[in-house]
Write a protein that binds this ligand. Sequence first.
Ligand code: FPP
Length: 235
Amino acid sequence: MADRALPRHLGIIMDGNGRWAKKRGLPRSAGHAAGAKVFKTIVRYCSRIGLEYLTVYAFSTENWKRPHDEVMALMGLFKTYLRDALDNFLSENVKVRFLGDTSAFDPQLKDLIDEITRVSENRTGMVLNIALNYGGRAEIVRAVQLLATDVQKGQLLPENITESMISSHLYTAGQPDPDLIIRPSGENRISNFMLWQSAYAEYVVMDILWPDLTTEDLEHAFDLYAARSRRFGGI
Ligand code: FPP
């Protein structure tokens, strides 16, 4: 479909890695490794078709509760793939941003995050937001705290706080809200992902585990999105 409306901003809740591994009798970490490969394929595809913004949910503020081994395996994967991305995303002209409290990570991962952010800062292609140690509620609390500081300093009156001020204190400041959020694995949940920004997002839940997701499946989600009528509360 050549003239189909593509979302400007796509959000992806990458889910189902554990179930993918279990179905094959493999450790959960093998599911995450397979999921990381799909992450790379999908990022490259989205960049090539001209998507403007892609946000992937890679690690939530709640994911620390998982067994230590699994958390460590994920940290190892982030390092491997972010190091690899440093070369690949640059040739793709992708600008990488991180959403979440990245100060909680070990120094090696933190340095990598800082390096990618710095090196890709002036890139003009797709913006890739990687949500790491991210939670939608924590993000809103942080925005409120930042605004409260301005109130405390006497620079802002509480009654003058607007929706756009909250938006501009989120990690996604300056970016359009997501138009489409897809969730593979068949779960019908938001799971604390982009709570503020997704007020008018279209959702597509897919009965496919993330490591099995193909670019054809993504195209199918784009077709479903293009067929929807978005009214933003109007008629
Ligand atoms: C949720 O599946 C997935 C995660 C918690 C990790 C997602 C991370 C990746 C795909 C790696 C991405 C890599 C980079 C560099 C961003 P789950 O474990 O909750 O699956 P389950 O619900 O089947 O147990």
